[in-house]
Design a protein around this ligand. Structure first.
Ligand SMILES: Cc1ncc(COP(=O)(O)O)c(C=O)c1O
Length: 391
């Protein structure tokens, strides 16, 4: 079936998030198959995109859920994930959230020694995992580096002994260790180094049943970006896992929590050109969307490929592509070579399935876009556009 973006926008409105089901399923399978061990579990970090239709596909593909809030836990349960397929990894969460998650039957990973002690008061005798900061971090931007000395996350790896003492005093059993070193990591060596640290921490935790290596696998957004060799990484990760099982004599389970790698490439944000200004020094292409719908370029300076799908063969022009939010930083791309744009042209902003809609806001009181899933049966509306009432 040929899908004409202009037709989709005529039917569902502009701007519009569109997801490709085949690509989503392909990514789930590639990640699931990357590590050549049959029992490695993949938990989808639903913060990347929590649309229920996408969660259902992820569930069908056999992935579980990594949730960071009670809201995410509840959404995952409503979407059919059983409590034992959900892992809660909140940061700086309070008692009421923690105890509601536990009441829902979902396993909790705590992020600090004080949270561990509080969890002991809420759930004496319970099993709990600890998030470790392995002193190694990486990511596409400082804001998303979650391991290393400058990060607010986790318990420093050298303090695992204190964690064990706190757990003993609180009558808790530490049954797992977890880390997440950052997001958008394209260098497998960094992952492997951090995994090594986490496994040596795990070796000191006598009752650990699982080791969770977090997410963070990057995707190449810009021409020239490295591509993570997932299969090569998986083979070396498996060696570390097997060695850990042999050294500890324990049947330890292993997990990953990818978000971006699952959903980034299946998504496109279509926007419509609403103004072209040929200023003396720069050409500005204005659109009917903005950082309220796709925050990554403004927040992180992130690159997303942009195509003029209405006039793909026009003469190339160097332009800035901007949104309609009343802020000067509301720019999707600077100095991009695009086929000459006119008012009404549709632009495709690629690889926006992860941290796109999920980070969207109603800033400037503009509604968030609809979301459409393209499957074998054609386009299906999976979230209607917001309206005045929603705002
Ligand atoms: C605890 C945890 N796990 C997994 C992820 C997913 O990261 P990514 O989307 O880079 O795979 C995150 C992202 O922030 C996280 O905080």
């Amino acid at each position: 079936m040929t899908l004409v973006p202009g037709d989709l926008l005529a039917q569902f409105g502009s701007p519009l998030y569109v997801y490709d089901e085949a690509e989503l399923r392909h990514r789930c399978r590639a990640i699931r198959d990357a590590v050549p061990l049959s029992d490695v579990d993949v938990l989808y970090a639903m913060k990347a995109n929590a649309n229920p239709a996408l969660l259902q596909i992820v569930r069908e593909e056999g992935l579980g859920i990594d949730a960071v809030s009670l809201g995410e836990v509840r959404r995952a349960l409503r979407c059919g994930f059983s409590a034992d397929r959900i892992s809660f990894n909140g940061n700086n969460v309070g008692d009421s959230e923690m105890s509601a998650v536990r009441k829902a039957g979902v396993h909790v990973t705590v992020d600090s020694l004080s949270q561990l002690a509080r969890f002991g008061r809420l759930a004496p005798g319970a099993r709990v995992a600890i998030r470790i900061n392995p002193d190694i971090g990486d990511g596409h931007h400082d804001h998303v580096i979650t391991g290393g000395p400058a990060s607010k996350f986790g318990i420093e790896h050298r303090r695992v002994g204190e964690a064990l003492d706190v757990a003993t005093r609180a009558g808790l059993v530490i049954d797992g260790v977890q880390h997440h070193i950052g997001s958008g990591v394209l260098d497998a060596e960094v992952f492997l180094k951090a995994m090594d640290v986490l496994l040596s921490v795990a070796a000191r935790v006598p009752d650990h049943r699982f080791v969770d290596f977090g997410g963070g696998f990057g995707v190449p957004y810009a021409p020239g970006d490295a591509t993570l060799d997932l299969m090569g990484f998986g083979a070396r990760a498996a060696e570390l896992m097997i060695a850990h099982r042999e050294a500890t004599g324990r049947d330890v389970g292993f997990r990953f929590e990818p978000g971006r790698l699952v959903v980034a490439t299946c998504g496109t944000l279509y926007v419509t050109v609403t103004a072209v200004k040929r200023h003396q020094q720069q050409v500005w292409v204005g659109t009917d969307s903005g950082f309220n719908h796709l925050l990554r370029p403004a927040l992180y300076g992130s690159y997303h490929a942009i195509e003029n799908v209405t006039s793909p063969d026009g003469p190339l022009e160097t332009v800035n592509v901007a949104g309609n939010v009343c802020e000067a930083g509301d720019v999707f791309a600077r100095e991009r070579s695009l086929p000459r744009c006119r008012d009404g042209d549709v632009l495709a902003i690629r690889d926006t399935g992860a941290y796109g809609w999920s980070m969207a806001s109603t800033y400037n009181l503009r509604a968030r876009p609809a979301e459409v899933l393209i499957g074998e049966g054609g386009p299906q509306l999976i979230r209607p556009r917001e309206d005045e009432e929603d705002l």
